[in-house]
Ligand binder design. Structure first.
Ligand code: BES
Ligand code: MN
Ligand code: ZN
Length: 507
């Protein structure tokens, strides 16, 4: 669920109440607003800083009850380190960590004075800071039936916080800059909600319905049912879903923000396995619950399309998601089965747990034949092996195009959604040759993320600039960060939005 805390921007001299947060740079060098407040509090801030040894370092703070005579309840002096070296990501993370500081402060409102020691900061950075506070405020608690506790730092405790006011030198410009960030925040929130939702509630049909809801933002949404998928020849995708009582879907979302002159679209494809039991090649019980998040690629695509529409991005973008549930049953596909994908190539199914690539094979082919995209990107929680290689810090990126790969890597550094390039090549491709069909769906023990990527590449036409992002380690079961404390991270929404903003949007 989104942060229910209201966010607004105000002038530096506007009245403040509740919790007041002012900043200090390394030294400590108090920002003008902090100095101002220090005067009003008769030197209390500087004295407290001295006594506690506060030096303005990043992640350090002094937390005080406001003395009598001041309008607010608490006073927090937060260190920023040296903001002269700050990137946009640093402002984002600062917003996140200060939002964290407010947790459990038992106040309905907080006022944060965002500025540097010289009093200056550009509106875009204020907006980025604000985005950080919103992302950190996210909590998925729709299934918590107990009221938040009044005392202690209970789970839902900081829901007492109803309002955050960000004070800055140009609140109008900051609010204007934040409009786009707000759309991005909403997109990340939607992606997180979808990933966190359990699979009994969110099957393929329910997921498709959530995507269909983008219609009200001006996105054209088509939901293709099994009849249509059969007609198209999407037998690889259908084979994965055939063991489930819940029917499979492909959803096509089109945002035409650049109009007819914008030309061919950029296409984003997402793996949407709403639950992955492994099928007949059943997964072990331990940790299987995590496989409710095996639709994180699709969740990213839906969150991204919503963000693009909400911020009215001047780009033609198409999002395509393959929604299936991978279950064992009397109707499930068997190891050894051979299926013919939409491209006409045949696949020997050696392991029914290597299902994501079969879903993507048909979605990628469909994307290229129908839309002739200038760029094609897919996101998928495709392999456990990518976590063995890269842990949870980087998603794996594979690409047949140097320019696209470089642009994606740069967007990763700019947003903090980092990518690490892994190789493709003919020797790896050989690993998936099959004796009975054109290819098999697993490549053996070694380099599992690479042979999976090679499989996908067999469905990429010559001339299509393509990247595959393996987000198994970054999209779910997330490690705590400054801007996320939820299981689902919403990984990829900010990354692809940034890529589009930097390179594929008309200005
Ligand atoms: N959805 C999994 C990959 C995954 C594993 C994502 C753990 C997130 C966390 C995928 O469908 C899968 O099962 N891959 C297999 C491939 C193997 C059978 C070739 C894997 O990684 O073990
Ligand atoms: Mn699997
Ligand atoms: Zn899977």
């Amino acid at each position: 669920m989104s942060d229910q805390t209201d966010l607004s921007f105000a002038a530096k001299n506007a009245p403040a109440e509740g919790v007041v947060v002012v900043l200090a740079e390394e030294g400590p060098k108090l920002t003008p607003s902090a100095q101002d407040l220090d005067k009003k509090a008769k030197g209390l801030l500087a004295r407290a800083a001295g006594i506690t040894g506060f030096k303005g370092k990043k992640d350090s703070s002094v937390d005080l009850l406001a003395p009598q005579g001041l309008k607010f309840a608490r006073l927090v002096l937060a260190g920023t380190g040296k903001t002269s070296a700050y990137s946009a990501e640093d402002w984002l993370n600062l917003g996140g960590s200060l939002r964290g500081l407010l947790t459990g402060k038992e106040s309905p409102s907080a006022h944060i004075f965002v500025e540097t020691a010289d009093g200056k900061i550009v509106p875009a950075d204020v907006a980025r800071f604000a985005l950080g506070t919103v992302l950190r405020g996210y909590k998925f608690q729709k299934y918590k039936t107990k009221k938040p506790k009044k005392d202690g730092a209970g789970d839902a405790n900081d829901r007492t916080l109803k309002k955050i006011v960000i004070h800055c030198s140009d609140p109008k410009a900051a609010a204007r800059a934040f409009a786009a960030d707000q759309a991005i925040a909403a997109g990340v929130t939607l992606a997180r909600d979808l990933v966190n939702e359990p699979a009994n509630v969110l099957g393929p049909a329910e997921f498709a319905a959530r995507a269909k809801a983008l219609t009200k933002l001006g996105v054209q949404v088509e939901v293709l049912g099994e009849q249509a998928l059969k007609k198209l020849g999407m037998n690889a995708l259908l084979a994965v879903g055939q063991g489930s009582d819940r029917p499979s879907y492909v959803v096509v979302m089109q945002w035409k923000g650049a109009g007819a002159k914008g030309g061919d679209p950029i296409a984003i494809v997402g793996k949407g396995v709403t639950f992955d039991t492994g099928g007949i090649s059943l997964k072990p019980a331990a940790g299987m619950e995590d496989m409710k998040g095996d639709m994180a690629g699709a969740a990213c695509v839906v969150g991204l399309m919503q963000a693009l529409a909400q911020r009215k991005a001047k780009v033609n973008a198409v999002g395509i998601i393959g929604l299936v549930e991978n279950m064992p049953s009397g109707r499930a596909q068997r190891p050894g089965d051979v299926v013919k994908a939409m491209s006409g190539q045949t696949i020997e199914v050696l392991n029914t747990d290597a299902e994501g690539r079969m879903v993507l094979a048909d979605c990628l082919w469909y994307a290229q034949t129908r839309f002739k995209p200038k760029v094609l990107i897919n996101l998928a929680t495709l392999t456990g092996a990518v976590m063995v290689a890269l842990g949870k810090e980087h998603a794996g990126i594979f690409s047949n195009n140097e320019e696209l790969a470089a642009r994606l890597m740069a967007a990763g550094l700019a947003t903090g959604e980092k990518l690490w390039r892994l190789p493709l090549g003919p020797k790896y491709d050989k690993m998936i040759d099959s004796k009975v069909a054109d290819m098999k769906n697993t490549g053996g023990k070694w380099g599992g993320s690479i042979s999976a990527a090679q499989f996908l590449q067999r469905f990429i036409k010559d001339g299509t600039a393509w990247s595959h992002l393996d987000i198994a380690g970054t999209a779910m079961s997330s490690v705590d960060s400054e801007i996320n404390r939820s299981w689902g991270s919403g990984f990829g929404v900010r990354l692809i939005d940034r890529l589009i903003g930097d390179h594929y949007e008309k200005r």
